[in-house]
Design a protein around this ligand. Structure first.
Ligand code: UDX
Length: 451
């Protein structure tokens, strides 16, 4: 099938590449000429495991191509994906200007029936706005005989496993009332539903809300667990025991109940805010979502509070080694990353940071540039040198079993602040560390501990 994807960001590039991989003819269109030029040469603007080789392979076979030519892009695909950004406005609502601009572009150039597919995360009602915009342009062109449909087909990709998520989706949501569109979309996605039926067809507004409901539910689980962790700390309970205790109930499940330093990334913060905004705009007070967001904002400050308290409020002149900058492992994405909230608070209090991340060093450099209070270190060991304490913000695999003796020797005070509960408190105490984690009591060096 012939498919066009507008937007070569995260979602568009991954989806376009995977559709080419299963055999469709895919043209990816972007207004950013530099990006398109780079992609033609196999240079990928984001870090995503497995993506680069797939882009190269499919470009080589000719199934995947890149263009800035809108007329060509619209002429190519019977299906036109809209996968451009919907950044939050100042008030937290999703900014639809790019989505509507693509709708206009398609309407300007189309010469035959087109199915426009909203892949971007867009508020309920967007498909109607896209439909209205296309109709307006066709009217202006005097081409009202041209037919089209607008389908909502939200993505559920996770950064770091986007390729795998896209190849093996849990479900494929198709929102439209048009039978022809359903047929076409079923054919498009047929290669992905071989084992069992994954396609769920519904009306367009329900499809739009499904995406938000999914992300907001997951964010709610996290904020709920973070709240429990705060309670556990104050009550002298162990959140890790509680987590296992509740996760064993299949109605609750083990996924997404890990307490930590708050959720970040490009989706959860934005989508929770956007749904709050949608609710507000129709006069509905979404009490749960507001609490989810408030808990998350506060959770991002908890590591700093613990560090501050440990040092008796005296952080000026202190150096903290920081492991993990990206908002989660296996990505270089720093959007809404808890590490940023922490570093900025540490700097404001006069402390220095020596940071290491397996992937996000360049991005951190881009965001914070050369500043005296930040040293970007080439290895996790280098970040420890001369530091007063170690702070772990992101649970990268390579931090799971570090050389504790080395950490002990390098730090002026053998103290570890762990925002992801990576280690066992009793073991850390035995090794001679003062160990702070999330939802568990701080552990202090056991008498006669042997580092
Ligand atoms: C998320 C959704 O999972 C995905 O379905 C949607 O399409 C986009 O948003 P992503 O933002 O890539 O994906 O990351 P995800 O793995 O979901 O993690 C989000 C945040 O939650 C991270 O900051 C992570 O550290 C945090 N998290 C996750 C927790 O704090 N605890 C958990 O138990 C799980």
């Amino acid at each position: 099938m012939r498919v066009t994807v507008f937007g070569t960001g995260y979602v568009g590039l991954v989806q376009g590449t995977i559709l080419a991989e299963v055999g469709h003819q895919v043209v990816c269109m972007d207004v950013d000429a530099e990006k398109i030029e780079a992609l033609k040469q196999g240079i990928i603007p984001i870090y995503e495991p497995g993506l680069e080789s797939l882009v190269k392979e499919n470009t080589a076979t000719g199934r995947l191509s890149f263009t800035t030519d809108a007329a060509l892009a619209v002429a190519h695909g019977d299906i036109q994906f809209i996968a451009v950004g919907t950044p939050p406005d100042e008030d937290g609502s999703a900014d639809l200007q790019y989505v509507l601009k693509v709708a206009e572009t398609i309407a300007e150039h189309m010469e035959a029936h087109r199915i426009l597919v909203d892949k971007s995360t867009v508020p309920v009602g967007t498909a109607d706005r896209v439909r209205a915009r296309v109709a307006e342009v066709l009217e202006r062109r005097g081409r009202t005989e041209l037919t089209f449909d607008v389908v909502s087909n939200p993505e559920f990709l996770k950064e770091g496993s986007a390729v795998a998520d896209c190849q093996k989706p849990d479900r494929i949501i198709i929102g439209t009332a048009d039978e022809h569109s359903v047929e076409v979309m079923r054919e498009l996605y047929a290669p992905f539903g071989r084992q069992h039926e994954k396609i769920i067809v519904m009306d367009v507004k329900s499809a739009e809300l499904t995406k938000y409901a999914a992300n907001c539910m997951l964010a709610t689980k996290i904020s709920f667990m973070n709240e429990m962790a705060n309670l556990a700390e104050r009550l002298g309970a162990d959140i890790e025991a509680v987590r296992q205790g509740i996760g064993s109930d299949p109605r609750i499940g083990y996924h997404f109940i890990y307490p930590g330093v708050g959720y970040g990334g490009s989706c959860f913060p934005k989508d929770v805010q956007a749904l709050i905004h949608t609710a507000d705009s129709i006069g509905f007070d979404s009490k749960v979502l507001k609490a989810v967001e408030a808990r998350n904002a506060e959770q991002k400050t908890t590591l700093f509070a613990k560090i501050c308290e440990h040092f008796g409020g005296e952080l000026a002149g202190k150096t903290l080694a920081l492991w993990g900058l990206s908002f989660k492992p296996n990505t270089d994405d720093m959007r809404e990353a808890p590490s940023r909230v922490l570093m900025e608070a540490l700097w404001a209090a006069g402390a220095r940071v020596q940071a290491f991340d397996p992937e996000a060093m360049e991005e951190t450099q881009r965001l914070y540039g050369d500043r005296d209070e930040l040293a970007l270190c080439g290895t996790k060991e280098a970040a420890l040198k001369g530091a007063d304490a170690l702070v772990i913000v992101t649970e990268w695999q390579s931090f799971r079993a570090p050389d504790f003796d080395l950490i002990y020797k390098q730090l002026s005070q053998p103290t570890v602040f762990d925002g992801r509960n990576m280690y066992e408190p009793a073991r850390m105490a035995k090794k001679g560390f003062t160990y702070y984690s999330v939802g568990r009591l701080p552990a202090t060096p056991a008498p006669g501990s042997d580092p």
